[in-house]
Design a protein around this ligand. Structure first.
Ligand code: TZD
Ligand code: CA
Length: 531
């Protein structure tokens, strides 16, 4: 009779969850005993970084990933990072160790009191199995729920369960497959097609799910058939469309009034793969102009149900794109050339050594010096407008951003994306504030020799918060400056080679090098505003 541990290891192997991101404690050690040779345990030194790396890895591979955390304390440390994984719809399977069963009630040290409740508001499903022999089935459910809901799940396992006998019935779980198909048919398909075909001035809004689902190029085909303008949904975390395509109008501003204004003159707004909408700044107004209808297509039933306006169809956006392309049988309209990149960006504020670079100079250097298929993980908040002005991103999977705005995804996320897509150049574009929330991922990158470049923009302040201070009428908030940080020394301490680039020429020369391990390039940048 196999042990619970043996059955679970084999289930994870069969489902392809053999790369495990974790930070273990005593409760977790029994799960890690006798780990088969094809497992890879990627150690992170803080759970926020562990989760961020796993998030990047899962997004880059498109597959569920196992995260191994220590009891309540480790789970708590990961919770901020989990908010991003929820918003990006990343299928993470978070497993935490629990005290032995008899020690949970009396609250022995390291007992996690009501472990599922700890994570419940964030995860799509959380459980602690009622008995040891239910652990393999519960682990399978954690994996399948994560995949079906595209939301992290949480499983707490008492550590004396791992050596218990699993029981013959538990083996049935080993070859289960659970899949989803959500193709609209019949009246629903007909009505949707009719609405789109009869629209005189349709507009497309694409969400991050389009890129996560591998629909970047299908979205281009649909837009070119429709000949309609395309926006990316507000609070964007993945780029769903080439940003210099002639039909692209940019990322919608994250406020009610400006979104409503952007749709002025359109009779139909078709939203694919996004919530309606993830507003941020409180800019009240009408959701939609008079006479504008909105139709949302998403696989996320909760996002459909909670939207405050419009019609919604819970379906696979890919299936809907196929359906619409078939119905729109006229050939694609010529759309003209991609928008050219701007001329040379504004030079640094002052010349000479120690001058600050304008962020646009940094981004122009990335654009010119790095391969066209480079994937960027961006966590630099005051430089958003500069970023979109300079970049030219035409490939799927080119852009990742913390989906819930929780800092600490960028640096670990870039390590995870690079591990998930070996062979593709990966660059983290990270602010001097943001870097600190996930800084320990540098150590993992060094130990695993992950070929990732961290471009560190040091403006000495929480730039975006300075801008927000103006917006909210708070010009004098304390705690916004962060002087005295030298990330070249911090990186070297974690084992990552680092250089300071004093000007754009030095930066370009460094970017032209192609090291096979991690590196950090720091530069001093001028303060800009996000929009
Ligand atoms: N803590 C966490 C976990 N997430 C946050 N979003 C914040 C705090 C608040 N915050 C922002 O929303 S932006 C920002 C903070 C602290 C400043 C980030 O500084 P940076 O980038 O140096 O990375 P900029 O370009 O200087 O804004
Ligand atoms: Ca900063």
């Amino acid at each position: 009779m196999p042990s619970v541990r043996r059955v679970c290891h084999e289930f994870l192997q069969r489902q392809g969850l053999t790369t495990v991101f974790g930070n273990p404690g005593s409760n977790e050690l029994p799960f890690l005993a006798d780990l088969p040779g094809d497992f890879r345990y990627v150690l992170g030194l803080h759970e926020g970084a562990v989760l961020g790396m796993a998030d990047g890895y899962a997004q880059a591979t498109g597959r569920p990933v196992l995260v191994n955390l220590h009891a309540a304390s480790g789970s708590g440390n990961a919770m901020g990072a989990l908010t991003n994984a929820v918003a990006s719809r990343t299928p993470l399977v978070v497993m935490a160790g629990q005290q032995v069963r008899t020690a949970i009630g009396p609250e022995a040290n390291l007992a996690s009191v009501d472990a599922p409740a700890l994570m419940k508001p964030l995860v799509g499903w959380a459980a602690e199995p009622a008995c040891a022999s239910d652990v393999p089935r519960a682990l399978a459910q954690a994996v399948f729920e994560a995949r079906l809901q595209r939301r992290p799940t949480y499983l707490s396992v008492p550590y004396d369960d791992w050596t218990a006998e699993a029981g013959d019935n538990s083996l049935d779980v080993l070859d289960r497959q659970v899949e989803r198909a959500s193709v609209p048919a019949g009246e629903q398909a007909r009505a949707l097609a009719e609405q789109v075909v009869s629209a005189e001035r349709p507009a497309l809004v694409l969400g991050g799910d389009i890129d996560s689902a591998g629909l970047f190029e299908d979205a281009v085909r649909l837009a070119e058939r429709l000949g309609s303008p395309v926006w990316a949904a507000p609070s964007l975390f993945r780029l769903p469309f080439p940003n210099r395509h002639p039909l692209f109008r940019g990322v919608l501003p994250a406020g009610i009034a400006p979104v409503g204004e952007a749709f002025e003159g359109h009779d139909l707004v078709l939203v694919l793969g996004a919530p309606v909408f993830r507003y941020h700044e409180h800019l009240p107004g009408r959701y939609l102009p008079e006479g504008t209808r909105l139709v949302q297509v998403t696989e996320d039933a909760s996002a459909a149900a909670r939207a405050p306006m419009g019609q919604a169809l819970v379906a696979d956006p890919g299936a809907v794109i196929d359906l619409l392309i078939k119905v729109l049988d006229s050939p694609a309209q010529p759309v003209g050339a991609y928008r050219p990149v701007p001329g040379p960006p504004a030079a640094g504020e002052a010349a000479g050594p120690g001058a600050r670079l304008h962020p646009e100079e940094v981004f122009a250097a990335l654009r010119d010096e790095l391969p066209a298929d480079t994937a960027y993980v961006v966590e630099s908040t005051s430089t958003n407008a500069s970023w979109w002005r300079q970049m030219d991103l035409r490939r799927p999977g080119s852009y990742y951003f913390p989906a819930a705005g929780g800092l600490g995804f960028g640096l670990p996320g870039s390590v995870g994306v690079a591990m998930g897509q070996p062979g593709r150049p990966v660059v983290g574009v990270i602010g001097d504030g943001s870097a600190n929330y996930g800084i320990t991922a540098l150590w993992t990158a060094a130990q695993q020799r992950v070929p990732v470049t961290i471009v560190l923009l040091r403006n000495g302040t929480y730039g975006a918060l300075r801008w927000f201070g103006g917006l909210l009428g708070v010009p004098d908030a304390p705690g916004l400056d962060i002087p005295g940080l030298d990330f070249t020394r911090i990186a070297e301490g974690y084992g990552v080679p680092a250089r300071h680039a004093g000007d754009a020429g030095e930066l370009r020369a460094l970017l032209a090098e192609r090291p096979d391990g991690p590196r950090l390039i720091q530069m001093d940048t001028a303060l800009t505003t996000p929009s």
